[in-house]
Design a protein around this ligand. Structure first.
Ligand code: GLP
Length: 247
């Protein structure tokens, strides 16, 4: 695992965007695995700025998102469809036909899960998969549990996740209780995984991440088994970790 510690969120966001920039210059038709949440927001802003300056193009890019809430329409301001449109897709030259997000309104979720996983395979896997990390160690919506699902599946959200994500909703009861999410195996189809952790709220889980072996109770710990992971943290999220030099 390659570890980069940046002074703050601004620098972290630029570094993450530069990794994508490099990828797009190397392979303009890259498959980007994208994430929602506040962690990648700064990276998306940088990517939009790079696009506007003519430094990168998304014309031939395919994107595939990690997850979507079940039961929210694409136009719901808290749906991940809406998030991706407003925070990235509406501002760049990506062909919307080439953007993929699980359909949380599908009346046949079993079929949706299989079709989404088949899509990842058909695209040849993600060239880069961007990840944030939940305060409980989830990646995508793979919550801590005794068993983790391998591929795209329906996940019941942990109480702590519902609570953490309620900051985006009017009231906690409005937060969906389940989501459709890539599994750990779907994430592992990526050739390169970039995990972004930022802010003081992530410091306890990042310390646990460093201290733990691989455990389904800390889903992000599985990333230690992938051969090409870049972890980008800001100083705040890294501030409880005494020893990082062995990683
Ligand atoms: C959400 C998303 C994750 C995200 C995580 C952290 O529940 N499903 O993909 O990484 O929470 O969010 P944030 O970046 O806002 O801290």
């Amino acid at each position: 695992m390659r570890i980069i510690i940046e002074d703050d969120y601004t620098k972290l966001s630029l570094t993450a965007a530069q990794i994508i920039q490099k990828q797009l210059l190397k392979k303009p038709d890259s498959v980007l695995g994208l994430a929602t949440g506040s962690s990648p927001l700064g990276m998306y802003k940088n990517l939009i700025a790079m696009y506007k300056k003519g430094l990168i193009s998304f014309k031939n890019v395919h994107s595939i998102n990690l997850d979507e809430y079940i039961g929210l329409s694409e136009n719901h301001p808290q749906s991940y469809h809406y998030f991706m449109a407003k925070k990235l897709f509406d501002h760049i030259d990506i062909d919307k036909k080439n953007t993929h997000i699980p359909n949380g309104l599908s009346c046949n979720l079993a079929e949706e899960m299989m079709a989404y996983e088949a899509l990842i395979d058909r695209l040849g896997g993600q060239d880069i998969q961007i990840l944030g990390i939940g305060e409980n160690g989830h990646i995508g919506f793979n919550e801590p549990a005794n068993k983790l699902e391998l591929f795209t599946h329906v996940e019941n959200l942990a109480e702590s996740t519902i609570k953490a994500n309620s900051r985006f909703f009017d009231k906690i009861d409005d937060v969906p209780k389940s989501a459709i999410s890539m599994g750990i195996g779907s994430i592992f189809k990526a050739k390169h995984i970039v995990l972004i952790a930022s802010g003081i709220k992530k410091a306890p889980i990042m310390k646990e991440f460093f201290d733990s072996t691989v455990s389904s109770l800390l889903p992000a710990s599985f990333l230690k088994l992938h051969k090409n992971v870049t972890l980008i943290m800001d100083k705040e999220s890294a501030n409880l970790i005494e020893e990082i030099k062995n990683y």
